[in-house]
Ligand binder design. Structure first.
Ligand code: C2E
Ligand code: MG
Ligand code: MG
Length: 682
């Protein structure tokens, strides 16, 4: 195939000139020869040639001009925005080349614009999808961009805020700060601004609610205009989580008071302050007495409510600057700072004891609580938190030992006491295996007949190097350490075995009374343990009596009634020991299946001289008889006491007047002598 290349402009121009010149020349030649021949014909031919030349010239000229016009039209179209327009030119080579280049240029431009559009699209997508709020403002702080995340956290749509100022979101002081910092951006001296601590500030939602926001501000330039782009995060959820974690780590879950960790921190800070300013401070340990019994009786939920109420009550008695903490369970710690006078602490402690002891009414239930308080002070008792902690703790335990419901100061003397206590505890731990315990027996006497009606087994500790230690000294410690359980079991077993052995030896049968401690009484398997001991020793249940105290039964009456009924049904006798020192509710005692009431020797001591004690003793005797129980007077030391008791119908007595507690042999001898006397008398 022959490809005809289109003519170039130059060739066309040559043709154009030729197209005009040749007919003109022909015409001129013809006119020269016209006279000689046929002039008219010559003119016609010349004219025809001229016309053909002219037509040809026109044709050639327009073949140049047309594509140029077409190009101009296309350019106008492109200029008007029709980027899809393309030049299609079949004309001179040069113009075709121009058209080709023009089209190419348009394509390149279209591609560039496409890329730009895609990139803008991506950018818009990023801003749109950003997990952070992005707000762009101009120099007047008018909103230029507000992305969906910003809509979400501020609670309004972009349409509402575009072109508006940011005053509605930013509290006035902060707005002032922002305006103040803008010039730094404008001048380029600051590249990013961070507001306050942790770049965090408090701003407002559309609803007016304030919330914490983390923000980083950057200056950008768009179309030569300075703008400010803020990337923001709503950190309220994070702050809430942090607050929750802080609460868990530093506060007690039941009372919401600071916990041990937080108390320690505050104490350490307070100590630094007190040292610098020469001030006194005090640490008080406040332990509710026998709180476990409340939990056991009413359950942990109600127990928690009691603790909350107590925490509130204690707090109500304190100054704003004092720190009350809950160390867990029923143990509170109190930090008293800026003490003008260290003696003030005693007053505070007394005030707290009184407040705690007031009856507490909760959901129709009345609670009676007391507390034991231990106090250590700075600088007297130490300069470190741990020393003050330990001091207050030791003092608190001392308060417990002293019968609870009181406050004790820690002092060097107390420290010595606690060392002695430590050694006592160590000795006590080995006393059982080393067989250092023994029993003494004290007779009970029937007042009317004068005959021995029974005996009480009283434990003694023969401590190597210390001699005989009285139970008053070691029983409370044994209670506290739990050692009372094995010790109590040994007493019960030994008392039953001795009694049975004496019966076998022919001694007149007597009932042996054994004291039960609170812990023993609370043991789940107490009844079966007692049954097993009786069985093993061969002692009939009617020759055993168990002594319990009022507080033991009153702490959890329902459980106590159950246990006592089971013991009673086995044939065991039951006595309430030390009556008058606890709740003294005889009416209440009606519900318990008991046989004896033992009037505490505190009331017997001063009769008949003390008319108060005489009245109390008489009343107890009368009421006990009304309940058809027998009454025993403890600690009878004189004839006058005995006369008074006999006169008022007391059934039995126990005391030094008749006999001190005696070792086994002495006791057996006493019983024999008495029996012989009785026989002789008869
Ligand atoms: P308690 O059960 O009230 O025992 C009576 C206490 O009064 C005994 O003191 C006894 O020696 C003392 N006493 C008896 N007559 C008189 C008197 O006329 N005047 C005076 N001033 N005191 C008299 P003891 O043996 O020192 O026991 C003290 C307490 O220790 C007992 O009081 C009892 O609560 C407890 N205890 C003793 N042995 C045991 C035991 O084996 N187990 C338990 N859990 N506690 C025991
Ligand atoms: Mg007793
Ligand atoms: Mg007693």
């Amino acid at each position: 195939m022959i490809v005809m290349r289109p003519l170039s402009i130059r060739a066309r121009l040559i043709l154009l000139v030729l197209a005009v010149l040749l007919p003109a020349t022909g015409l001129a030649a013809w006119s020269v020869f016209a006279d000689s021949h046929n002039a008219r014909d010559a003119a016609l031919v010349g004219l025809a040639a001229f016309l053909v030349g002219l037509a040809l010239a026109y044709r050639i000229a327009s073949s140049i001009v047309k594509p140029i016009r077409a190009l101009a039209r296309i350019s106008t179209k492109v200029a008007n925005g029709d980027l899809g327009a393309r030049a299609r030119i079949a004309g001179p080579t040069e113009l075709e080349l121009v058209a080709l280049q023009f089209n190419h240029m348009l394509e390149v431009r279209e591609q560039a614009q496409e890329a730009l559009r895609a990139s803008e699209e991506r950018l818009r997508g990023i801003v749109h999808m950003a997990s952070e709020a992005i707000v762009v403002v101009d120099e007047e702080l008018h909103v230029v961009l507000f992305n969906p995340k910003a809509e979400e956290i501020f609670g309004c749509t972009a349409v509402d805020v575009l072109g508006q100022g940011i005053e509605r979101f930013v509290p006035a002081p902060l707005l002032g700060l922002l305006r103040q910092h803008l010039p730094e951006f404008a001048s380029g001296t600051a590249s990013a601004i961070r507001m306050g601590d942790h770049d965090e500030m408090r701003v407002l939602r559309a609803t007016g609610e304030e919330f914490p926001l983390e923000m980083s501000l950057t200056r950008i330039t768009l179309g030569g205009k300075p703008l400010y782009s803020a990337v923001m995060n709503d950190v309220s959820a994070r702050r809430r989580t942090e607050a929750r974690l802080d609460k868990l780590a530093n506060y007690d879950t039941v009372t919401s008071l600071p916990n041990r960790a937080m108390f320690r921190q505050r104490l350490q800070r307070a100590l630094v302050h007190a040292q610098r300013f020469n001030e006194d401070l005090a640490v008080l340990f406040i332990d509710l007495d026998r709180f476990k019994n409340i939990n056991d009786a009413v359950g942990h939920d109600a127990g928690d409510r009691v603790l909350q109420a107590m925490a509130e009550r204690i707090k109500g008695k304190l100054r704003e600057v004092d720190t009350l903490a809950c160390l867990g369970g029923d143990e509170f710690a109190l930090l008293l700072e800026k003490l003008g006078d260290a003696r003030m602490v005693g007053n505070v402690a007394r005030k707290l004891l009184t407040a705690i002891a007031e009856p507490l009414m909760l959901q129709g239930q009345e609670y009676h609580l007391t507390a034991s308080i231990g106090i250590s002070t700075f600088p007297a008792d130490g300069s470190e938190a741990s020393m003050l902690f330990a001091g207050a703790d030791i003092a608190m335990r001392r308060a417990k030992d002293k019968g609870m419901n009181n406050a004790q100061f820690y002092s060097t003397a107390m420290n010595t006491h606690s060392l002695a206590r430590l050694s006592l505890e160590t000795g006590l731990r080995h006393a059982l295996e080393r067989e250092e315990f023994l029993l003494h027996f004290q007779p009970k006497v029937d007042i009317a007949s004068g005959r021995i009606s029974g005996m009480e087994a009283l434990v003694r500790w023969m401590r190597p190097g210390s001699g005989m230690v009285s139970p008053g000294e070691f029983i409370p410690l044994a209670e506290e350490t739990g050692l009372i359980v094995p010790i109590g079991a040994w007493v019960l077993k030994t008392a039953c075995e001795r009694n049975r052995a004496w019966q076998r030896q022919g001694m007149v049968p007597l009932r042996v009374a054994v004291n039960l401690s609170a812990r023993q009484f609370g043991l789940a398997n107490l009844v079966s343990d007692v049954a097993r001991v009786l069985d093993a020793s061969g002692l009939a249940p009617k020759w055993l009596e168990l002594e319990i105290t009022e507080s033991m039964v009153m702490d959890n009456p329902e459980q106590a009634i159950k246990t006592l009924r089971q013991l009673k049904s086995m044939g065991i006798a039951l006595a309430i020991d030390d009556f008058g020192t606890g709740y003294s509710s005889l009416g209440y005692l009606k519900r318990f299946p008991i046989d004896f009431i033992k009037i505490d020797r505190a009331f017997i001591k001063d009769i008949p001289a003390s008319s108060d004690d005489a009245t109390i003793t008489r009343t107890i005797i009368d009421m006990t008889h009304n309940l058809r129980l027998r009454v025993v007077a403890e600690g009878v030391e004189t004839q006058e006491q005995l006369d008074f008791l006999r006169e008022h119908g007391c059934d039995e007595m126990q005391g030094f007047f008749f006999s001190r507690p005696l070792a086994e042999d002495a006791f057996v001898k006493l019983v024999h002598n008495r029996e012989n006397q009785a026989l002789n008398a008869a």
